[in-house]
Design a binder for this molecule. Sequence first.
Ligand code: PMP
Ligand code: GLN
Length: 392
Amino acid sequence: MTPSPRPLLNRRLAGFGTTIFAEMSALATATGSVNLGQGFPDTDGPEEVREAAVRALRDGRGNQYPPGPGVPELRTAIAEHQRRRYALGYDPDTEVLVTAGATEAIAAALLALVEPGDEVIALEPYYDSYAACIAMAGGTRVPVTLRPSDGRFRLDLDELRAAVTDRTRLLLLNTPHNPTGTVLTREELSAVAALAVERDLLVITDEVYEHLVFEGEHLPLAGFPGMRERTVTVSSAGKTFSFTGWKVGWVTSSPDLVNAVRTAKQFLTYVSSGPFQYAVAAALRLPDEYFTGFTADLRAKRDLLASGLAEAGFEVFRPAGTYFVTTDIRPLGATDGVAFCRELPARCGVVAIPNEVFYDAKEAGTSFVRFAFCKRTEVLHDAISRLKRLRS
Ligand code: PMP
Ligand code: GLN
């Protein structure tokens, strides 16, 4: 008798197929559609930053394995950035770690800090790698759902408090939040911090959209009382400098937490992005005008796409931050976002992302669809005129 074959993919990863971003970008290419799905800019970042990478390559800086924690120039620039922006002091030698994008930072932090059976609370809808990495670490994911209210997706603090149990090890937070565009307020972050202190929880905060805030301000959770010692702050150069392919990310935290994350990280990639690390060090030192100009440009694009989507018949949740507008498709007579996104290229030549795939409680996200506005203005105009066909 032949034994029934064991599935190749181990059980922790069962159910994690191809990421929605890969699937939808492939669909955009195959159908020649305007890709407002995967969040990447269609123009590269500042020329001087690109030139800094070229210089590093030519000068032989970073062409061989860089140091495990990251090149000192970049660690120093990250510490300076945290001080200049947020008045948070980190020692570049013991409290900063360079990673292969925020993705590796999140994976390494979860693998380092979570024991099998630990509960990890994540805000839902959540960025897709969170669920997979919590699963790889053997943790149990406990979603807390952001729900629409007054045109914004809100965190229900009572729901968050009720989700904490004796098994909760960690909160995995993301602000500015992908895909909803919500930026947690000072009051919300204070309450999260008080809860983390009261229940002695560790926190990973994913702040990759820290420079993409259009209303209100980005406040790092690590700056709240009692949080510095329990918070692993994660960020990345991809979004801030429009070089998503370089995959330079980082962690800032206490020496003990950085040590733990580095222990896992060194066996994932060991190191990465040698010459790009020097270029990102230069980028972090760009004058304030770069950052304000960049935010203003994306704010205008947000406004353009948000009004275009409203004119096309969608209900629009105007994002306070990130690259993304979340919409509700019900005013267009549709309810199933996955089916809607699969049909959208054939109907009008646009690709978007169904938010449902970022939920455990699928029914809470079925009718929401995300569009990215980090594209050239003419591309956004083109997409809007295509989307207006949906009404005719
Ligand atoms: N976190 C969030 C919320 C994201 O949207 C993304 C995608 N850009 C990442 C992490 C991954 O960042 P990176 O490309 O630096 O790995
Ligand atoms: N962060 C990007 C998004 O949300 C996608 C990154 C990826 O493809 N993993 O669209």
